[in-house]
Write a protein that binds this ligand. Structure first.
Ligand SMILES: Cc1ncc(COP(=O)(O)O)c(C=O)c1O
Length: 388
């Protein structure tokens, strides 16, 4: 028992240190100690930071979701318990049967499960760089190769190039990864382009479409990819409750895929979803008013601060998500530390876009603090920024 506790505490502290390093924080700082269970002042320090580094929803979960979660405490001591019918609720939401759904502890687990299922035996994943790198790091843990394609000059994903790379590696491709909208750029792949991709590659190659940020998209050329699952294509759509529903720390995501693929993947999933978040997730699906509010507040702040940055001379990639990238014309790594000194956490480096900074949309107060810090870290630029 003691050995187990020591080991698990060690790995917890290690995980926190790694996460803080990743946030641009010194793992030896009081904040790091606070995160590992230390003093109260340090927790206050954590609370005070403007957290614009991880594309979270800084407004927190809606009341309806918290009420549903609080109502589930009475099941905390159970193994078998009423679970809010979360799988059925998701299936109904998408108009598919339950056997199309696999729950994960966040969509991060789903991405890993897809990798473990389809990359074994020397298979490759095809995708762009930069994108949500966790897919590629999991591939490297499996000794699988990632065929990484550059973005176009306008930072969009190049679908013909993706088709070509997939066909060229055909027999070795385990799956194609399409993050839509893409993290870190915030740019969409249009419905026509998704169709083009699926029409252009052999039908037996699985395509993982990561729609973590789809709730934020307002561009009419975008479409969700669930219809491809319904049409029987080997498409896995990954979804999360971490973003629009603000449940990142509670860990709930899911895959929508043809039943035969769900069965293949289920072997590798942990199935460890807690009772509270199952009830919270079901409530979140029902509370569409809360989602609309978050989408609108996010869009308004994104527009406001993108315009301010551009007026200050810094180009912003026109995002459809709860984050944007700004061209900083300097290496990002030291800049992360400079913002940290102003109490603002900004996104990690996304090679090869090392002169861009990813900024998550926070509350109005956090965005104001970000803008103030930006003007202290960077001088105004006189270059004319192309509008559009
Ligand atoms: C594109 C994308 N996919 C998946 C995830 C994983 O999110 P979660 O595991 O919290 O569902 C993230 C998290 O930031 C993301 O940006």
């Amino acid at each position: 028992m003691d050995v187990k506790n020591t080991l698990s505490r060690r790995s917890f502290v290690g995980g926190v240190a790694a996460a803080l390093g990743y946030l641009g924080l010194d793992p030896a700082s009081s904040l790091a100690r606070a995160q590992a269970g230390g003093g109260r002042a340090s927790l206050d320090e954590y609370d005070a930071l403007a957290k614009l580094a991880n594309n979270e929803n800084n407004w927190g979960p809606p009341q309806s979701v918290m009420d549903a979660m609080n109502g589930a405490w009475k099941y905390a001591n159970r193994y078998g318990y009423p679970d809010g019918n979360i799988v059925q609720a998701i299936a109904d939401h998408h108009g598919v049967s339950r056997d199309h759904i696999l729950l994960g502890a966040g969509s991060g687990e789903i991405l890993n499960v897809v990798g473990t299922t389809y990359l074994q035996g020397g298979k490759k994943v095809v995708g762009v760089e930069p994108s949500y790198g966790s897919v590629y790091s999991h591939a490297s843990r499996l000794n699988a190769e990632a065929v990484l394609l550059p973005l176009d000059a306008d930072f969009r994903q190049n679908i013909p190039r993706m088709i070509e790379a997939t066909k060229r590696n055909y027999r070795e491709v385990g799956f194609v990864y399409l993050c839509n909208p893409n993290n870190p750029t915030g740019l969409i792949v249009t419905k026509a382009e998704v169709d083009q991709l699926l029409d252009g590659i052999p039908e037996d190659i699985p395509v993982l479409i990561d729609e973590a940020y789809h709730h934020y998209v307002e561009d009419g050329r975008y479409a969700e990819s669930i219809p491809h699952v319904k049409a029987g294509r080997k498409v896995i759509v990954a979804r999360t409750f971490s973003k629009i529903s603000a449940l990142a720390a509670m860990r709930l995501g899911y895959a929508v895929a043809p039943p035969s693929m769900i069965e293949e993947m289920r072997t590798y999933s942990m199935g460890s979803i807690n009772a509270l978040v199952k009830w919270g997730g079901a409530a979140a699906l029902r509370d569409t008013a809360a989602q609309t509010k978050v989408r609108e507040m996010t869009r308004d702040l994104r527009t406001k601060y993108s315009r301010e940055l551009e007026a200050y001379g810094y180009e912003v990639i026109p995002s459809q998500t709860n984050f944007f990238m700004v061209a900083i014309h300097r290496q990002i790594q030291p800049v992360i530390g400079e913002f940290r000194k102003h109490g603002v956490l900004v996104g990690r480096p996304f090679p090869p876009m090392l002169e861009h900074m990813r900024v998550s949309i926070g509350t109005p107060d956090e965005m104001e603090r970000f803008m103030t810090a930006f003007k202290q870290v960077f001088p105004p630029r006189t270059t004319t920024v192309a509008q559009g």
